[in-house]
Design a protein around this ligand. Sequence first.
Ligand SMILES: [Zn+2]
Length: 295
Amino acid sequence: MYYQKTIENEISCVGIGLHSGQKVSLKILPAPPDTGIVFRRIDKGGVEIPAKALLVRKVDYATSLSRGETTVKTVEHLLATFYGLQVDNAYIELDTAEVPIMDGSAAPFVFLIEEAKIKVQDKPRPYLKILSSLFYEDNDKYIKVVPSDEFRITYFVSYDHALISEQTLTLPITPEIFKDQIAPARTFGFLYEVEELRRIGLTLGGSKDNAVVLDDNKILNDRLRFPNEFVRHKVLDLMGDLSLCGFQLQAHIYVRKGGHNLHTKMAQIIKESLSSQMVTFIDEDSMYKSTQPFA
Ligand SMILES: [Zn+2]
């Protein structure tokens, strides 16, 4: 069996919010089995907001969760890290509304969680095995979830920019592959959008230090971390958003031109389809034996 995991020690860091530009302190603490990932706003008396699809509120440029009047924003990269490293249970304390953006990728969060040490708990982890396919489309965009013996993602992006153009990535997701191939991919944005986004109070903390910034024909950063860093970052966002379904998945996820709206809709659809799927426990020998790192 695969057992649930948390972290051994609490760990903290400070950073700034990508959209708010505000300084934020983040602390990650161990949590008992079956807790899931739970945010705590310590500046709001410790109000708890569990990472669940039902609490998704806003998905423009970042995923936010709300419970009553209390919100946590830009949760996707941190949630992707827990999901990717298969850490099931943790409390995340914030002293303001937005998770720090760090360097725009999930690599700093991977570092933090590994520093805090991953700890195996004494309860098996349930997986959701997809038996009946799910589909959601929005014009030329879609997301589908189909049965598979492994957790695999195939993602296609298309942008009207020579440096990105069309990129497709397909790969099985294991903690090792997540850490090496997905977590380091940074968020990205277009210079022509920045002025408008700032006018509506977004990306106030954004800079070349925490995003790949593109003008009409080049990137303003020194270099990319992968030639196809853009599609890799979309996979990172997808994992954070999909984690809101509350299960590690045994399924193949296909996305065409997705974003937070499409991803979080599917997390909700998965949640609502539980009676057609199978919640199962997995033998360590049977899982991932066919997976090869994506070249
Ligand atoms: Zn992102």
